[in-house]
Ligand binder design. Sequence first.
Ligand code: FAD
Length: 628
Amino acid sequence: MEYDLIVVGAGHAGCEAAIAAANMGINTLIITMNLDGIAALSCNPNIGGTGKGHLVREIDALGGYMGLNIDKSFIQSRMLNTSKGPAVHSLRVQADKIKYHEYMKQKLENTKNLRLRQMEAIDIIIENNCVKGIVVRDGRKIYSKAVILATGTYLKGKVYIGQNIFESGPDGRFPSNILSDNLKKHGIVLRRLKTGTPARVDKKSLNIELMEVQEGDKTITPFSFLNDEEDIKREQLNCYLTHTTKKMHDYIRANMDKSALYSGAIEGTGPRYCPSIEDKVKRFPDRDDHQVFLEPESESTDEFYVQGVSTSMPEEVQEEMYKMITGLEDVKIMRPGYAIEYDAIFATDLKSTLESKTVKNLFFAGQINGSSGYEEAAAQGIIAGINAANNILGKDSFTIKRDEGYIGVLIDDLVTKISYEPYRMMTARAEYRLTLRQDNADLRLTKKGYDIGLATKDRLERMTHRRELLEEAIKELENYKLNPNEETNAKIKSISTPIKTGSNLKELLKRPEVRLNELIKIFPINTKLNPELMLLIETEVKYEGYIAKNESRINKMHKLEDRPLPDDIDYSNIKGLKIEAIDKLNRIRPETISQASRISGVSPSDINVLMIYLELERRKHERGEDDK
Ligand SMILES: Cc1cc2nc3c(=O)[nH]c(=O)nc-3n(C[C@H](O)[C@H](O)[C@H](O)COP(=O)(O)OP(=O)(O)OC[C@H]3O[C@@H](n4cnc5c(N)ncnc54)[C@H](O)[C@@H]3O)c2cc1C
């Protein structure tokens, strides 16, 4: 059997990778150990949120599928952080897990150039440091020009429910044990990570009346730039807010030694930003309650997800402790909470294309790279898929810089920073977050997606139209002159203070209290705007100064970003570099000066030494004196 590309894993990373490569004309095989686990939302039934919503929008803008899939399968939609600045506005929607899986499976089944199979990869075939295919469970070899490993939390998966410990993938599916051992034989370094999830409980056993109802937003914002609100508007389900209690915390403290997490049974490191309830009780001993959200898993089941109470306590302890949450006094657990430990690589062994630094055409994407989250996995999947396709097509590699997208921040952080816990995206990680907003992802990335043959013409035209409307409206506001006369100020009085000198609508809009929708009610303009575009224009105008400052910082950073570092330097030969920097640089082998500057332990003075060394090498080369 021969394919151009084999994608091992049909989770969030594998699906995006396979769909992207197939849409770029690559003959692709995607395999998974269980077709019923395709795009499984093994943990929280929601997509998006702070930083994660930005990733979904960027995947969509590039021509990826996650945004379209969730627009078809959401059951509640909320825009978070609207009281804060636009840089942190984040769309978060509740997904119907069953529909999300079904629609993604249909997409894989109906994508041209893509073949879907239930199979287990037990090894990869490597010849002369180049991948040639995989070996599957029955020993057969399947050959390809490139392979993407997106095996999630399955590699040597081990589940912990108190002292009940067993080999398993998530949701009771088989783990992937053999591949792990063979990857090690090929010299691929693996480490143990862990994550956890709460119990699923029966809605009929909840005392909803004791909880606060959380409704969806009246206005629904699509994740995909190909959708308008009318395309996806629907009846929404409610979530419910409640709290843990002091009684529950005391009970957990009394049983802490039974938790797999605190009995020392678990070796792997968990995500700091998704703590278990045991962690929270330990970390915040003075708190008598923590927020808990009851979230529906799907329209076609009564299973509810207990957000905020992930645990690895024994089941009998779980049954007691969940009853101590307000509104869960009569709760019936349907699935216990558990922790899962699994093998992952060090992503510092990868290039920013997610290709291995040691095995050509072997790519890694998703949780296996040490990230945590559906959105983070999907973002890596699309980049790995694009670059595997480009390698096969003999085209240049495709990367997104830190100033171009959250995807760029995610991958740069993964491949330059050695992190010992699963990496979760947050807006605070993006130094250029003011320009990397979710509302302008298409303006930033769709042209790049189109140029590589992924984003469709329709998508490009929609983006271009949006950009034209944006520019037209801002020009119209700027050209709409205002004279400081009585008539004008009488109009302005209802929204702001009078103007004293000549001005224009754009300047007026810069005033913090002025909103565009109110301004154009008083001073109508021709450009037709929908609420989403109005918000975008308002942000572009009000933050014009900051955005400009950001751009000059970005240009400075680009000067460093574009200084490549040869991949065969022996940093121990460069005089003046500190020991720690030599160790980290020889270990991580950054691709550019800018990447080197982001490695912890490499100081600005080390970067100066490196720049001087490169300059001297360049001059030596010019004089034809280089050692080689
Ligand atoms: C218990 C649990 C709790 C979690 N908690 C959180 C959380 O709190 N916050 C958060 O952000 N994220 C959490 N997650 C993580 C989230 O589920 C993952 O980040 C996401 O699913 C990773 O996507 P992925 O594509 O990398 O892998 P997955 O979605 O895990 O998919 C992996 C795919 O690889 C396939 N596969 C594996 N090995 C092989 C093989 N040898 N041959 C063929 N196919 C193979 C599997 O069948 C599956 O299709 C949790 C996950 C679990 C399981």
